[in-house]
Design a protein around this ligand. Structure first.
Ligand code: F58
Length: 842
């Protein structure tokens, strides 16, 4: 690569740092990177090259790469200042961005140069340096990872954007497996220093909590309300540059860290409410301490609401300050910011923006409401009732008294509209009200988000239909144009180009090196399904990824697996609706078949699981124990040799995922129909050429449509059939009694065969399945086994399998997050690309 110095001065007009132009800061050759690293080793880290550890080299290279992002970052900011394009504010309580170094090298086109520079420090395998990076686990799963993919696509498509969130000091826990059980360990991702963030204390914002409201009248005699919080907390922004793929622009993730102010609530203190005051003080200090695992337990709910308000308020104030700095009138807020609410976690934005506009800026209600409504849009990610956020009224009032008043006003005006449409229908009013009065009163955040947004979208076609038909039917009737679908997508840069270097090389050679930004080019692979020589290359790529994973399994778990066996993988959060236990029961059936000597037609398999259970979710943790019990029994039984191995890979995270998705032959997407909103792992697997065994759920439906029904192993009841199963009085114990196989499986489990003779251990799981089976595991069991038989049969025909695998990759371009982000941009945000003109080498 030749270094082309960006002509920043001429174009952007920003004052450049004195050292700009220094090759070690901005140059793009291996020699430049080497010099940059040497400088950072010495001056930023105080280390000499001779005794630099892999971590030192990681830090030095990261700083050198960050230098190169800075020119792009500043040029992008400058463009915003001068051209004033509309920008996206993506509000999300979670961003699971994964390791940064290797990804940024890919984005800048510096992978080879970095490898060479590291080579000059004596590093033979760059992975040894890249793998020391602690990834920021600032999310639980799919929702947080989606936010990260969208930030990357926004940057790559040159759409101006800021992702706003929380800089949790402790992210999602690290998972150990001990004695087959999940053990949670605190995630200390910041302990070695994290080189990718820039702190901006001068851009701090102040956020209030508690206290009371007061009425006053302004100079024009207008009725006004002011909120007098009892406690304030300061939000300090930490910015992470988000590189676009081979473009000059650079996006931004702005994460807020909470800091308590000096003062504490003297008023509450003096009035004798010492505990109240101290509690608030402690709460403020711990606001950005820890990410909440999604276990829905009551403990810590107060802190979670505080976290939500904290980052939303900081972010909205930041957007307003940004307009003020640029001399833009408040009325123009919606012309400059498209604010996306990633689920209901930031839904307090509806009330907070109203408060900022009405109370602080003095706008009248209608004007403020028009701005709020024209700015906000809401994405729903779940239909599960337990995941729909509601806040008890008393908790809400004690923390956000002014917001509750505003919500009552918003609700009153909204219900008035509903009343006009449905005169006398009190039932409808009760159903749609933002305040749930059916039991202990509570604020329904999803209703607040729907009322306050101009668009509401689900995340896959089926899910969006269900959002309208079963979750918000009354709202959809009232505002049909508000509801839409944007099927999720994943970035092909991280999930194929970076994660799968073997496939990346083959694709670049066969369809051209620009495929990561021109994903539809994957279609050109289709004719190659008939080319046996190409199919051999295709199979060789897969085998290389499987060998890499096999090595990792050996290193981490001391288990040898055969890379030529069928790699059958289910990785995702552990949850009953995702039905890892259906997979586990299927494994026992396979084991019994092997024990009975009925092995004809069985494909040798390595069945791999991975995923974390919420710490408070006992049944999910028992499912992990169950899988590990089965694994132990099967792996130690000589009869299974060469036919079946089972692995539970501990601590599934982005780093591990990058090794897993490329290595899969079969992807298990087996949730109960109607319950998985979309899934995104399903897309990562398919893009990497895995075939799916799956139900008609979430985005599986669309994956199957794209790849073709003949290249997808479908099974199971549909959403409607699941509903009628339950409506007709589902009695799973009768199904078990009618199936000799299921009887045998449960008898074996109850005998303690998978629990070292302990016949009690899995009782709660067995009782749950046989006694109620809320997720229809038993009802779908026979169909699942039958689909697995089809998998075995297809695996026997090597070329046929490889052709199906190729078609999965070729036809899944639709699931690129670029497509999804373009849909949001065109239909919801109304934002267009803003090109940073500086010559950037590719
Ligand atoms: C996931 N939701 C959906 N929530 O389950 C998945 O189908 C979808 O593909 C994905 O969003 C992206 O749209 C999800 O990950 C959470 O992790 C919540 C975090 C906060 C607590 C409640 C769960």
């Amino acid at each position: 690569m030749t270094a082309t110095q960006p002509a920043l001065n001429a174009v952007a007009g920003i004052p450049l740092p004195a050292s700009y132009g220094d090759r070690q800061r901005t140059g793009l050759t291996a020699a430049d990177l080497f010099e940059g690293m040497a400088e950072h080793l010495f001056f930023s880290l105080g280390r000499s090259a001779i005794d630099a550890s892999p971590h030192d080299l990681y830090m030095a290279l990261s700083y050198a790469v960050r230098d190169r992002l800075m020119t792009r970052h500043l040029a992008s900011k400058d463009l915003l200042r001068h051209q004033q394009p509309k920008a996206v504010a993506y509000l999300s309580a979670e961003f699971l961005i994964g390791p940064q170094l290797a990804n940024n090298l890919l984005m800048l086109g510096l992978q080879n140069e970095a490898a060479e520079a590291l080579g000059r420090f004596g590093v033979t395998d760059p992975e040894q340096v890249y793998s020391v990076e602690e990834e920021p686990g600032l999310g639980n799963g799919g929702l947080g990872r989606l936010a990260a993919c969208y930030c990357e696509s926004l940057a790559s498509l040159e759409l101006p954007a800021t992702g706003y969130g929380i800089r949790y000091e402790f992210g999602i826990f690290d998972q150990l497996i001990k004695g087959g059980w999940q053990v949670e360990i605190t995630d200390k991702w910041l302990k070695g220093g994290w080189p990718w963030e820039l702190v901006h204390p001068t851009k701090a914002q102040v956020v209030g909590f508690g206290g009371h409201t007061e009425v006053w009248h302004d100079e024009q005699g207008r009725y006004r309300v002011r909120w007098v919080p009892s406690e304030v907390v300061v939000g300090i922004p930490h910015d992470v540059p988000i590189a676009g793929y081979r473009v000059n622009s650079c996006g931004r993730l702005r994460l807020w860290r909470a800091e308590a102010t000096e003062s504490f609530d003297f008023h509450a203190f003096n009035s004798g409410d010492y505990h109240g005051a101290v509690e608030l003080k402690v709460g403020c200090e711990t606001l950005s301490k820890v990410l909440y695992p999604n276990d829905g337990t009551a403990g810590g709910r107060r802190l979670r609401l505080m976290q939500q308000h904290f980052f939303v308020s900081c972010s909205l104030q930041d957007m307003l300050a940004n307009l003020r700095r640029r001399g833009i009138a408040i009325a123009d807020f919606p012309r400059h910011w498209a604010v996306q609410l990633n689920d209901t976690h930031p839904a307090i934005a509806v009330a907070e923006l109203m408060r900022l506009l009405v109370d602080e800026q003095g706008l009248d209600w209608d004007q403020a409401w028009a701005i709020t409504n024209a700015s906000l849009a809401y994405t729903n990610h779940t239909l599960l009732p337990e995941a729909l956020e509601c806040w008890g009224l008393e908790l809400f009032r004690s923390l956000l008294p002014r917001h509750l008043e505003l919500i009552y006003e918003i609700n009153a005006r909204f219900l008035q509209r509903v009343r006009l449409r449905h005169p006398g229908n009190e039932q409808i009013l009760r159903r749609v009200s933002i305040i749930d009065e059916s039991g202990a009163k509570a604020v329904r955040m999803a209703h607040l988000a729907v009322v306050g947004s101009h668009h509401v979208n689900g995340v896959a076609a089926l899910h969006s239909e269900l959002v309208q038909a079963s979750l918000f039917p009354e709202f959809a009737a009232l505002w049909p144009e508000k509801f839409t679908n944007v099927t999720n997508g994943v970035t092909p840069r991280r999930w194929v180009a970076l994660a799968n270097p073997y496939l990346n090389a083959l694709l670049s050679e066969s369809i051209g090196p620009n495929w990561p930004m021109q994903i539809e080019a994957l279609k050109q692979l289709e004719p190659l399904q008939h080319d046996p020589a190409f199919l051999e290359q295709w199979a060789a790529c897969k085998l290389a990824s499987k060998r890499r994973l096999a090595q990792m399994i050996d290193q981490r778990h001391g288990l040898l697996v055969d890379p030529t066996s069928l790699f059958d993988i289910q990785v995702k959060r552990i949850h009953e609706y995702k039905r890892q236990h259906l997979n586990a029961l299927g494994l026992i059936a396979r084991y019994l078949r092997i024990k009975a000597g009925e092995t004809a037609g069985l494909a040798p398999r390595t069945v791999i699981f991975g995923g974390k259970a919420a710490p408070g979710y006992a049944m999910a943790k028992l499912i992990i124990r169950f899988i590990n019990g089965i694994a132990e029994t099967i792996n130690s039984d000589p009869d299974t040799k060469g036919l079946l191995k089972v692995v539970f890979l501990a601590d599934f995270n982005v780093q591990l995922a990058e090794k897993i998705y490329p290595a899969a032959d079969l992807s298990q997407q087996i949730s109960t129909a109607g319950l998985e909103a979309s899934g995104t792992g399903n897309m990562k697997f398919a893009l990497n050429g895995a075939l799916t065994i799956g139900t008609l759920d979430g985005a599986n439906v669309e994956i199957r449509e794209h790849v073709g029904a003949e290249n997808f192993f479908l099974f199971g009841r549909t959403t409607e059939q699941i509903a009628s199963l339950h409506n007709d009085g589902y009695r799973p114990w009768e199904w078990v009694a009618a199936s000799p196989l299921l009887e045998q499986i449960f008898a074996l489990i109850e005998s303690g065969h998978f629990s070292g003779g302990d016949s009690e251990l899995f009782k709660p799981l067995v009782q749950n399945l046989v006694g109620s089976d809320p997720y229809a595991v038993i009802a779908d069991f026979a169909a699942y086994l039958e689909a697995q038989d089809r998998v075995d049969a297809a695996w026997q025909q090597h070329n046929y399998w490889q052709a199906m695998s190729l078609l999965n990759t070729a036809r899944c371009g639709f699931f690129s997050s670029d497509r999804a982000v373009r849909e949001y941009a065109a239909h919801i945000w109304q934002v267009t690309p803003a090109r940073v003109e500086m010559s950037c080498p590719i």
